[in-house]
Design a protein around this ligand. Structure first.
Ligand code: ADP
Ligand code: MG
Length: 332
């Protein structure tokens, strides 16, 4: 992950890097600031914002908005403005991706987690029963003057795991912008590069080699970006293991089964919320569906590594990727 020396043109900016565990993953922030103290202050402000949002959006804490919506299934649950924003954005992404992205996968995720505990694959009957509770159109949002509410039917549950991290990265970047003009946030594969590095060099982001999941320094591609979000969904970091086989933690909302043909999906977009949700969605859509979708979205690029049925690896890149994988020449 890029964190070079400050260039000679801007000798007064120094890099400050901090890493914390948050949202069940490692979150690192690098900023270029005039002093160590200013860098530290920017990063700690950003972490504070991320922690506050995690408390609202996490499915793992009983006090979060998400847990309240799920607990109150069958009735309208009040939610705070950030949660409303993420849920509305998620529903837009569902429409955009033909339902490949769907936050109502909660019952399916629960079924597969349960299968891990029981060490047995779910039965078709279990899958069909869970699928009946899935469908983004079941989520009803109402924005009153006083408060917003979200309601889902009894039996349905929402899971913001495919979009919340991206949103939290975007909000952290919003905080960093008040302090600095050059920063990199990486929340376990959801990255945003703010500005360029001092001297105008782009930020350098390595794409993990999906063939070597256990070597985190093995990169298959390198991206050079400025003011862009880069999100990678892969089946190497988080997965379900049942009967000795690894299954992706991304499920296809149409079949209820974990996806298995896209071990690595990277999306480059203008914001991390979009990049995160699309990276999850294209893991479901596969190479052909991704090509059509990405060509229709301005400012979005995709880089997929897929495994064919014969076990061959294929790289599928959208047309704009080659410009991002080439290090731009220095003009000075
Ligand atoms: P990561 O957490 O590794 O960045 P993703 O952004 O791809 O991964 O999100 C995966 C998470 O999203 C899953 O753990 C689950 O909570 C949720 N999820 C799984 N399948 C879908 C789907 N089809 N649409 C939306 N969210 C999903
Ligand atoms: Mg995602």
């Amino acid at each position: 992950m890029g964190c070079g020396k400050p260039s000679t043109e801007t000798p007064h900016l120094i890099p400050y890097t901090e890493t914390r565990t948050l949202m069940g993953t490692v979150v690192s922030i690098t900023v270029y600031a005039p002093t160590f103290e200013k860098g530290e202050e920017a990063a700690s402000d950003a972490y504070r914002q991320m922690e506050a949002l995690e408390r609202l959006l996490s499915g793992y804490t009983a006090e979060s908005d998400v847990s309240r919506v799920n607990r109150m299934a069958g009735a309208s649950a009040p939610v705070s403005p950030p949660t409303l924003f993420v849920i509305e954005r998620a529903l837009e992404m569902s429409k955009l991706t033909g339902g490949a992205f769907d936050i109502t996968v909660g019952p399916l995720v629960a079924l597969w987690r349960d299968s891990v505990v029981r060490a047995r694959l779910p039965s078709d009957a279990d899958l069909q029963a869970a699928l009946l509770q899935v469908g983004y159109r079941k989520v009803k949002v109402s924005e009153g003057a006083e408060e917003a509410t979200v309601s889902i039917p009894v039996g349905t549950s929402i899971d913001l795991g495919g979009i919340a991290k991206g949103y939290i990265v975007d909000q952290a970047v919003g905080v960093l912008r008040r302090h600095v003009s050059s920063a990199l946030v990486n929340a376990g594969g959801d990255v945003y590069a703010l500005g360029a590095k001092p001297g105008g060099e782009p930020w350098v982001i390595g794409v993990q080699d999906p063939r070597r999941p256990d070597d985190l320094s093995a990169y298959i591609d390198t991206l050079y970006v400025t003011d862009r979000a880069v999100a990678t969904s892969g089946n190497y970091a988080r997965y379900f293991e049942i009967e000795g086989k690894r299954y992706s933690h991304i499920v296809d909302p149409r079949t209820g089964r974990p996806v298995d043909s896209v071990p690595s999906a990277t999306i480059i977009a203008r914001d991390a919320t979009t990049a995160d949700a699309l990276a999850t969605a294209v893991s479901v859509l596969g190479a052909t569906g991704t090509r059509e979708l990405v060509l229709s979205l301005p400012g979005v690029e995709s880089l997929l590594f897929v495994r064919t049925e014969e076990g061959r690896w294929e790289r599928h890149a959208s047309p704009g990727i080659s410009a991002l994988t080439t290090k731009p020449p220095r003009l000075d």
